[in-house]
Design a protein around this ligand. Structure first.
Ligand code: KG4
Ligand code: ZN
Length: 349
């Protein structure tokens, strides 16, 4: 097995996640989800997230190592510790960073700082312990990150060489799905619930909501107006009507978000002339979105799209951070002064 042996940590939001990777292979990983803690508040509560990370980080690291028959003392034989330094919830990120520093100092291991979004971009290339899927890199790639915090296009010119094409002006796609689900009284996180309800009515689009920022060819995203349109639509309905139509409402909202994503994806392919796509982030686990993107790529002759091959790789996870870490290791991109490590993302992604 080629590549550096890395312990990776991501505490950017509501998952305490740790992995052991060797090159692109994930040997062991755990995502300790805080979903049950935040569910009753309808979204992530930063102070609760921080406390839960603090409570679980030590256990998660020990257990991840134990699954490959290693203990914390074996860290001295690791090549590096990769840790997410942003973007994310500051007080949550700090828990992972502090722990990574402590371990690096105690066991004399180098630290690699990783931007969470680099992780989502690389997640389509993460392999299981047997080296599958094999997927060779064929640069350049047009990457679409669609998560709870981000919706943006990035060109990956070569390993670790990024050009950001656009950003989210307000709410990200996943956040919009979460908020719409909340308006419908459907709990958190909203994306998977909306997917389920939409499937029940074959992704019907009878409530035709706006496709934001699709009048001109901007690649930026904005989903906050769509959310307001949805709220006004719901206000005009009785509670009984909403309950009766809930699948159609869910599905029309989801369609407005996904249609916007695919319209802009087509523009981004035309603008960049790049037909090889990688998609990452929590929303990319949605099978209907995948189908829409595959159809788009099929229409563009010679196109190809890669999604993360395992569902956990769409969500926040440390495995993708370890794999980015392996390329940074190859470039010797270490944090020189560990004590100065803070939560600033190194790249403006
Ligand atoms: O990447 P992620 O785990 O965290 C961030 O970095 O934000 O993404 C979480 C987002 C949430 O908004 C969640 O509703 C959405 O991903 N999500 C989905 C699905 N599963 C998770 N959205 C649509 N369909 C899904 N199946
Ligand atoms: Zn994420």
């Amino acid at each position: 097995m080629k590549g550096p042996l890395i312990l990776s940590i991501d505490t950017s939001c509501d998952e305490t996640s740790v992995a052991v990777t060797k090159g692109r292979r994930v040997l062991s990983h755990i995502e300790y989800s805080q979903v049950l803690i935040h569910k009753k508040w309808g979204g992530v509560v930063p102070s609760l997230a921080k406390r839960a990370h603090e409570d679980k980080i030590e256990w998660t690291i020990k257990e991840t190592l134990k699954r490959v028959k290693l203990s914390v003392d074996d860290l001295s034989s690791f090549d590096a510790i990769a840790v997410t330094v942003g973007p994310g919830l500051a007080i949550a990120l700090e828990v992972g960073i502090r722990y990574a520093k402590k371990l690096a100092q105690r066991y004399g291991v180098k630290i690699i700082a990783v931007n969470h979004l680099e992780g989502h971009i690389y997640s389509a290339f993460v392999q299981n312990s047997k080296g599958n899927p094999q997927r060779k890199f064929e640069f350049p790639y047009l990457a679409l990150i669609v998560s709870g915090g981000h919706t943006e296009f990035v060109v990956l010119r070569n390993h670790l060489k990024y050009e950001r094409l656009s950003t989210t002006l307000d709410d990200a796609a996943g956040e919009a799905l979460d908020k719409a689900a909340k308006m419908l009284g459907l709990g958190y996180p909203g994306g998977p619930v909306l997917e389920r309800l939409s499937n029940m009515v074959d992704n019907d689009d009878r409530h035709k909501l706006p496709r934001p920022l699709t009048r001109n060819r901007t690649l930026d995203f904005s989903f906050s107006g769509l959310k307001t349109s949805f709220l006004y639509m719901l206000k005009k309905k009785t509670q009984e009507d909403i309950v009766k139509n809930i699948n159609f409402l869910a599905s029309s909202f989801q369609e407005a978000v996904f249609d916007t994503l695919t319209i802009k994806l087509q523009w981004a392919m035309e603008t960049t002339k790049i037909k090889r796509l990688v998609i990452g982030g929590g929303v990319s686990s949605n099978m209907y979105l995948r189908k829409k993107i595959r159809n788009l790529v099929r229409r563009s002759k010679g196109g190809k799209v890669l999604f993360p091959s395992f569902k956990y790789l769409c969500m926040d996870n440390a495995a993708m951070i370890g794999v980015v870490g392996s390329y940074k290791y190859r470039d010797g991109d270490f944090v020189e002064d560990i004590s100065s490590l803070d939560r600033k993302p190194r790249l403006d992604l």
